[in-house]
Design a protein around this ligand. Structure first.
Ligand code: ADP
Ligand code: MG
Length: 907
């Protein structure tokens, strides 16, 4: 194909019914399989639809065409279930029209209606797009409803032309088509949920490696499943024991009286692949592997068995899982007590965190819908669980602990949808920030793992907390109380002034507003009380007064949340009128959320039941309460923002950019920094405003260029910058001269460069001086896993000193553009809030948009640093840019495929 880059690798993905199939390009070795697919897998009717009339030779012709020697212009993918080729999709480039490929599809009859054609087509779309194809075309018989349905549901716009019983279909492979993405998401969600059903709601379970020794892992899980009251049969498999705890043990999975849906493996690491294969061959549908310490070969064997036999896998190194639905009641974990049934979904990567989390939820009285200890996450991940909880009809709160992300962009996309309906909370296992300190560009230095993760959580609407206790504190509030209004203004009430001030400080530090309260409120309080926020009721407050105050505050429009902070006093004790009773005798469900801070409380957070039966979250520490309120406020803000479309700019010239990038990487296979002119060309192709930049190899050329450019420059001046490959910080090296007015200055500056840099000097660039403005840094760095991270910050010489930066992951939304600017500490400079004039925000947004699109379209662009972009009321202009390219395969983070655990990579 035009610019063929080999991108298609093997992948596994789920059919609509949850079956795992392998997808890979067809090769000459597959000739027999393709022949069989067409000759035996398809009826005469299907063949007629496929080939417009049946010739005896059709199957052989198809096999010859698809499995001949590799041909440029042909992409052919096959889908396999085990060793059976169940379908193929191919496209072959046409001579005319340009960038158009003829599409063909075939699926074995007995695999129809399971989404195989659509799945193949999605993968073919990805491969074809990466190879430069922009349209698929196909002739179909108008009676071929199946094929028309596939096209109709694909999500891409389809043009149809009718000609004598045939329909010519044309499908533009439109990049970033949101309808297509959503259609793919929806198919992915359904397939995922279908595949997880036998894992999370199995009808029968076996524990393989259930030992007779009480206290062993396998035995503990077996006992817990039995004691938990699992609804279906539970079998023990142990080749060394005839019975375990009085029940029969079976020598192998094959020997079981029925095929279990789920097998829990507690066998030694070296036995895992064999047992997994045996389970798969027997027809088991899901595995939970408790074993840890698998070597690379064992890891590969385990994953291969799961993929081959279509089993979803939790673990290895998992603590197990629990399903509390009374119709299932499966307690297949060895962590702690069987969680009480409820509505919180819990998934953790670390078993220890899981135990701690379940314990705290139990103390709090929040029940669990399902719990999964993901362990080493070879397959089932946080993304799967989010989709399960989204669909299980029982979960209204999702709690996640994730140490690593296999596919953060797919996760973020799922989370962005799920957080609209249920709160998703996570403990951010904050990685060290030391990672990239040595980086060569400011952008790369800013892109620490913490910054990247924060960007992910924030863009996905996930509530990210710093500790397990903070997570539980926030969950307690989100679970029991209504969300505050997005403004999140808090009224703080206390019966002891000093404590009230501490609580108010905690609120302010958490970024919550403390509105001024009307003085009339004082009317309900004892003498000496103060209604400034915080409200100090004095220790003399009686329950009736407190009740009236709360009622008044709840109806106060300036108030979006109430925090009541109470200390038990001798006054209350002697009269039997402890103010906490006023709180509990009132309603927990009010117009605004209400939380209590009870300083004599022993546990960090618990629920107190109020008169209306509602739960009042009570904290022992005002800081915990304030942070919980801030999280609730952030969630309210997230929900109040309508989903924002991804940014786009129609005039980006991808073809030119592609040839620049490919040209550079062909000449420099190891990658590297672009020279100033290639940098300028690449930026220009995406409409990024780099100032006029002229290359000069010697003094006379520099002088001539300066003369030509001087008129364009601010006050008729130019800048001269020395260049040689490898030069990083030009100013620091004395390689930048600005504000040159006279020819003599330019010449002497150039001679100075020659003296200082000697043979190293390759030449210099000449630019007109840009008019002064706010100097910003705009940059991109590609993370191998997270994709492009876009950074905006204060730039120029202030970059390092002030360290004022925000970051977002691509794709940026319109909303991201806005918040990137407003979240900078220097925002007032840009928005014109300090007496100045606002800068041209549209121009700045356009820079960020184009940078993000460039990075998304070119994974090869591993680093870009535009510093400074000078922004002014009349525009934005970059005067210094550096871009680094590296060969990277094209990668669609949203393509439906199962994860490939690093531990199981290789052959
Ligand atoms: P480096 O970042 O490698 O030190 P720059 O090209 O960014 O070199 O130049 C350093 C500073 O000089 C910029 O931050 C900017 O303030 C100023 N400068 C450079 N080129 C121009 C120009 N064409 N117009 C106005 N100011 C410039
Ligand atoms: Mg610079």
């Amino acid at each position: 194909m035009s610019a063929v880059r080999p991108t298609q690798t093997d992948a596994e993905a789920l059919l609509a019914d949850g079956t795992t199939v392998g997808i890979r390009p067809l090769s000459p070795d597959d000739h027999g399989a393709v022949l069989e697919l067409h000759a035996e897998g398809m009826s005469q009717d299907s063949l007629r639809m496929r080939f417009f009339g049946v010739s005896r030779n059709a199957p052989k012709q198809a096999a010859d065409r698809l499995c001949g020697p590799p041909r440029t212009g042909l992409l052919a993918l096959g889908a396999w279930a085990g060793d059976e080729l169940i379908g193929e999709a191919d496209c072959e480039l046409l001579d005319e029209p340009a960038e158009t490929a003829e599409l063909a599809l075939a699926v074995a009859d007995r695999w129809h209606h399971r989404g195989a054609a659509t799945l193949l087509l999605e993968h073919l779309v990805h491969a074809a797009r990466a190879a430069g194809v922009r349209f698929f075309e196909a002739d179909t018989l108008s009676g071929n409803r199946a094929v028309h349905r596939v096209f109709a549901h694909l999500g891409l716009p389809v043009e149809r032309r009718y000609e004598q019983g045939e329909v010519r279909v044309r499908v533009p492979l439109d990049e970033r088509d949101e309808r297509y993405r959503s259609a793919v998401d929806e198919r992915g969600r359904r397939a995922d949920v279908a595949s997880l059903t036998t894992l999370l709601r199995p009808a029968s379970v076996a524990v393989v490696g259930a030992s007779r020794r009480p206290g062993s892992v396998g035995r503990t899980v077996l006992d817990k499943i039995r004691q938990g009251g699992f609804a279906g049969p539970v079998r023990a498999v142990n080749p060394h024991a005839g019975e375990v705890d009085g029940e029969p043990a079976y020598p192998s999975v094959r020997a079981l009286p029925e095929v279990p849906d789920l097998a829990v493996l507690a066998v030694p690491a070296d036995a895992v692949p064999g047992v997994a294969e045996e389970c798969g061959a027997a027809g088991v549908r899901a595995l939970v592997v408790l074993t840890s310490g698998l070597g690379a070969q064992e890891a590969r064997g385990l994953v291969r068995a799961c993929r081959r036999h279509s089993m979803r896998l939790v673990g290895p190194n998992s603590l197990g899982m629990a399903q509390t639905d009374p119709a299932v009641r499966l307690d297949a974990e060895f962590g702690g007590a069987f969680p009480r049934p409820g509505t919180a979904g819990v998934a953790v990567q670390s078993g220890g965190v899981g135990i701690a989390l379940l314990q705290r939820l139990a103390w709090l009285g929040v029940g669990v819908s399902s719990f999964v200890s993901l362990g080493d996450k070879y397959d089932v991940s946080g993304n799967d669980l989010l989709q399960w909880w989204e669909s299980d009809g029982r979960t209204d709160l999702a709690l996640l602990h994730l140490e690593s992300f296999g596919s953060p962009r797919a996760f973020a996309r799922t989370a962005r949808r799920v957080t609209r309906t249920i709160p998703v909370l996570t403990v951010d296992a904050g990685r060290s920030t030391a990672g990239r300190r040595g980086a060569a560009s400011h952008t790369a230095a800013a892109a620490t793992p913490t910054v990247t993760r924060e960007a992910l959580f924030r863009q996905a609407g996930i509530t990210a907390t710093r500790s397990i206790d903070e997570l539980v504190a926030a969950a307690a509030l989100l679970h029991a109380q209504p969300p505050p209004a997005p403004r999140g203004a808090v009224a703080v009430v206390s019966n002891a002034g000093g404590i009230g001030i501490l609580a108010a400080d905690a609120c302010a530090e958490a970024g919550l507003e403390l509105p001024e309260l009307p003085a009339e409120l004082g009317g309900v309080l004892p003498p000496g009380a103060s209604v400034r926020n915080p409200v100090d009721t004095t220790a003399a407050v009686n329950p009736l007064e407190l009740t009236n105050l709360l009622r008044a505050l709840e109806n106060e429009l300036a108030v979006d949340a109430i925090l009541v902070c109470l200390v038990p006093t001798a006054l209350g004790a002697s009269t039997g009128q402890d103010p906490v009773y006023a709180l509990l005798e009132g309603p927990a469900r009010r117009r605004v959320p209400i939380v209590a801070v009870l300083l004599d409380q022993q546990v960090p957070v618990c629920y107190r039941t109020c008169a209306d039966g509602g739960a009042l979250p009570a904290y022992s520490d005002p800081v915990a309460a304030a942070r919980a309120l801030a999280h609730a406020r952030d969630r309210a803000r997230w929900l109040a923002e309508p989903p924002s479309p991804p940014v786009d700019a129609p005039d980006c010239d991808r073809r030119t950019a592609r040839s620049l990038v490919d040209g550079y990487l062909t000449a420099h296979p190891g990658g590297g920094w672009l020279d100033p002119l290639s940098t300028a060309d690449l930026l220009e192709s995406y409409g990024l405003p780099l100032t006029t930049t002229v290359w000069a190899r010697d003094e006379p050329t520099a002088s001539a260029a300066a003369t030509a450019l001087r008129n364009l420059g601010h006050e008729g001046k130019v800048a001269l910058k020395a260049y040689w490959p490898g030069l990083v910080h030009k100013s620091a090296a004395g390689a930048v001269r600005t504000g040159l007015a006279e020819d003599a200055e330019v010449r002497s500056a150039y001679r100075e460069f020659m003296r200082r840099f000697g043979a190293e000097l390759a030449g210099a660039v000449v630019q007109p001086m840009a008019a002064p403005g706010v100097e910003l840094l705009a940059g991109v760095v590609q993370d191998q896993v997270f994709g492009p991270l876009i950074v905006l910050g204060l730039g120029g010489t202030a970059t390092d000193v002030l360290d004022d930066r925000v970051a977002r992951l691509a794709p940026l939304s319109e909303r991201d553009l806005t918040t990137m600017v407003t979240e900078l500490r220097s925002a007032p400079l840009l928005l014109g809030q300090r007496g100045g004039t606002a800068v041209d925000l549209a121009a700045l947004r356009s820079v960020l948009t184009r940078l993000s699109l460039l990075a998304e379209d070119f994974p090869e662009l591993v680093e870009a640093d535009l510093n400074p972009v000078i922004v002014r009321p009349d525009g934005a202009l970059c005067v210094d840019a550096r871009i680094r390219l590296e060969r990277r395969p094209s990668f669609d983070p949203y393509l439906r495929r199962l994860r490939r655990p690093a531990a199981a990579e290789g052959t």
